[in-house]
Design a protein around this ligand. Structure first.
Ligand code: AMP
Ligand code: MG
Length: 490
C-alpha cells in the first residue's frame, strides 16, 4: 500500500556500524530547488505513490533540505583504484545516504548525489552538474528497462546554483535508490584493518548476500565467508559485464570504486551506448589510453576483482584460495555472453562451434561500421524485410554472405520462424539511450523542460516494443551531427 513520507518504514543499518565507516554530515541544500522529474516506477519500489512524489516534503527531501523522517544522514568512506592506480580515500565526496526504506520488494537505500561536500570531498565542491545528473537519471532507468542490474533513479532536482567546471553550469541532485551502494572500494579501504574488514564483510553478507554465509564451509569463519563472498561478487560481475557487452554499453570509468558488490551498474558518468559498432570504442574522452574500451571491459572487471580479493587477505584468506574464487570469472562471463548472444540470434542454444558465426558477426559489424542496436534488431525481422537489414551495411555482399551462414545454422534447429522472431524482438532492443538523445533531454532540461526526459523514459522503460511516431528515437544520430563528447567532468 503506497503511503506518504511520514508513513515509511525506515531503518539505518549502515549507520549502526561503528562511526569509522562513515561521517554524520548534513547535505548542503540547493537554493530554490525545483523537482524536474520524479520516477513513479522507483517511487513504487519505496512504497511512495504519485501524490507523495508531488508533495513539498518530497522536494525538500530530494534537494537535501530535510532529512528522511526516521533516517540518519551519513556519507560513507571508501577508497579505490582509478585508471589502474591506487588512489587512496575517494568518497563519498558528494553523496549522502539518507536511510533505508522498506518497500514492497525489500529494503532500499535512498542516496542523494550532488548534495554538498562531505569530509571525503577532497578538492571537490560536492556538486553535480545538471548535464551529468540527467545522464545518470536516464541511464539508470534505461538499464532497468533492458533488464540489466542497476541502481535506480528516483528524482531529479535542479537549481540555478552555479557550478564551475570547464564552463559555468548549474547544479542538480539525483536521488537514487539501491539495495546497497557498497562498492569494491569500501572493502579496499579496510584492506589493512582486520576487525573493520570483518565487520564490513558481516554487514554486507548478512544484509545483501545471505547466500554467501550459507554457502561458506564454516558460516562463522571470516575466511570461509570472505571466500564465498568473493566468489559471488565475481559471478555477478561476470554476468553484468556480459549484459553490458550485449547492448554495446561502455561504462567509461570502471574504477574499483565504481564497481558494485551486488553486480549492479553503478555511477553513471561518461558512459556510452554505442551507435556504430567498434570493439575498441572508448566513450570517455578523459580515457586517452583506452583503458575502458568496450572490448577491455571483461578483463578490467577481472582485474578489479583481484583488487577486491587483495583487500580480503587481511581476513586471513590465502592468495591461492582467493584466486580460486575468481578463476571461474572467464567461464562465467563467456557462458552468460554466449547464452545472451544465442537469444539475440534466435538460437535455442549456443553450440560448440557457434563462436565462428559470432566472431564473423562482430567482424562484419566492425568492418562495415554498422549500427550496433539496429543490426541486431533488423536481424530479427530479416525474413520480412531483408533490405532493411542489408541497408545497414556498405558492402551488402558481405552481409548477405554472413546471412547465408546464419540461415544454415538456423536450419539445424527446427523451429517456428514466428516464435523465433518474437523471441528475438524481446532480446534486441529498438530504443537505446544514444548520446545524442540524452543530449536533447539535457538541452530541454536546461530550459526547465522535462518533456524529453519523460518521452525518453516512456520508450526506454520498454525498449523492445515499437511505438508509432517514435522513429526518430530509434534512429542513429543524424549524419553530420557533431559527436557528443563526454568526459570525467561531472
Ligand atoms: P567518480 O570518478 O565520479 O566516480 O568520482 C570519484 C570520487 O570523487 C567519488 O567518490 C566522489 O565522491 C568524488 N567526487 C567526484 N566529484 C566530486 C565533487 N564535485 N565534489 C566532491 N567529491 C567528488
Ligand atoms: Mg564514482
Amino acid at each position: 500500500m503506497a503511503k506518504g513520507l511520514m508513513g515509511l518504514k525506515v531503518a539505518n543499518s549502515f549507520a549502526a556500524l561503528p562511526e569509522v565507516f562513515y561521517s554524520r554530515v548534513a547535505p548542503a541544500p540547493l537554493s530554490a530547488p525545483r523537482l524536474l522529474h520524479a520516477n513513479p516506477d522507483v517511487g513504487r519500489l519505496l512504497g511512495l505513490d504519485e501524490a507523495a512524489l508531488a508533495s513539498p516534503e518530497f522536494l525538500a527531501l530530494c534537494s537535501g533540505q530535510a532529512p528522511l523522517p526516521g533516517g540518519q544522514t551519513i556519507a560513507t568512506v571508501y577508497s579505490g583504484h582509478q585508471f589502474g592506480v591506487w588512489a587512496g580515500q575517494l568518497g563519498d565526496g558528494r553523496a549522502h545516504l539518507l536511510g533505508e526504506i522498506e518497500g514492497p520488494e525489500g529494503m532500499r537505500e535512498l542516496q542523494l548525489k550532488g548534495s554538498g561536500r562531505t569530509p571525503y570531498a577532497r578538492m571537490g565542491d560536492g556538486r553535480a552538474v545538471l548535464r551529468s545528473s540527467v545522464r545518470e537519471y536516464l541511464a539508470s532507468e534505461a538499464m532497468a528497462g533492458l533488464g540489466i542490474p542497476t541502481t535506480r533513479a528516483l528524482a531529479l532536482v535542479v537549481s540555478d546554483d552555479p557550478v564551475y567546471r570547464e564552463t559555468v553550469e548549474t547544479a542538480a541532485v539525483v536521488a537514487r535508490v539501491s539495495p546497497t551502494f557498497l562498492r569494491f572500494g569500501h572493502f579496499e579501504h579496510w584492506g589493512h584493518t582486520q576487525a573493520r574488514q570483518k565487520a564490513l564483510l558481516d554487514y554486507a553478507v548478512d544484509h545483501f548476500l545471505p547466500e554467501c554465509r550459507q554457502a561458506a564451509d564454516a558460516p562463522d569463519d571470516p575466511v570461509a565467508v570472505g571466500l564465498a563472498f568473493l566468489r559471488e561478487v565475481a559471478r555477478r560481475t561476470a554476468i553484468l559485464i556480459a549484459q553490458w557487452q550485449l547492448v554495446g554499453f561502455c561504462h567509461g570509468v570502471m574504477n574499483t570504486d565504481n564497481m558494485s558488490i551486488l553486480g549492479l551498474t553503478l555511477d553513471y558518468g561518461p558512459y556510452g551506448f554505442m551507435d556504430v559498432f567498434n570493439a575498441r570504442h572508448v566513450c570517455n574522452h578523459s580515457d586517452t589510453a583506452g583503458r575502458y574500451a568496450w572490448n577491455a571491459q571483461p578483463a578490467v572487471a577481472h582485474w578489479n576483482l583481484y583488487r577486491l580479493a587483495g583487500s580480503l587477505m587481511v581476513l586471513g584468506c590465502d592468495g591461492e584460495s582467493l584466486q580460486a574464487c575468481i578463476a571461474p570469472f572467464e567461464a562465467d562471463f563467456l557462458r552468460a555472453f554466449y547464452q545472451g548472444l544465442a537469444c539475440k540470434f534466435g538460437l535455442r542454444e549456443w553450440r560448440a562451434g557457434d563462436e565462428v558465426l559470432g566472431d564473423a558477426w562482430w567482424s562484419l559489424l566492425q568492418n562495415q561500421a554498422a549500427d550496433f542496436t539496429l543490426a541486431f534488431r533488423r536481424l530479427a525481422e530479416v525474413d520480412e524485410a531483408p533490405e532493411r537489414f542489408l541497408d545497414l551495411f556498405e558492402d551488402q555482399d558481405a552481409a548477405q554472405a554472413w546471412l547465408e551462414r546464419y540461415r544454415a545454422r538456423l536450419a539445424e534447429e527446427a523451429g517456428d520462424p514466428a516464435v523465433r522472431r518474437a523471441s528475438m524482438l524481446r532480446a534486441n532492443p529498438l530504443y537505446i539511450l544514444r548520446n545524442h538523445l540524452a543530449q536533447r533531454a539535457i538541452e530541454a532540461a536546461r530550459h526547465g523542460d522535462p518533456s524529453e526526459i519523460e518521452r525518453l523514459l516512456a520508450l526506454l522503460r520498454d525498449p523492445y516494443t515499437e511505438r508509432g511516431g517514435a522513429e526518430d528515437y530509434a534512429a542513429p544520430p543524424p549524419a553530420g551531427e557533431p559527436e557528443v563528447a563526454v568526459s570525467c567532468s561531472s
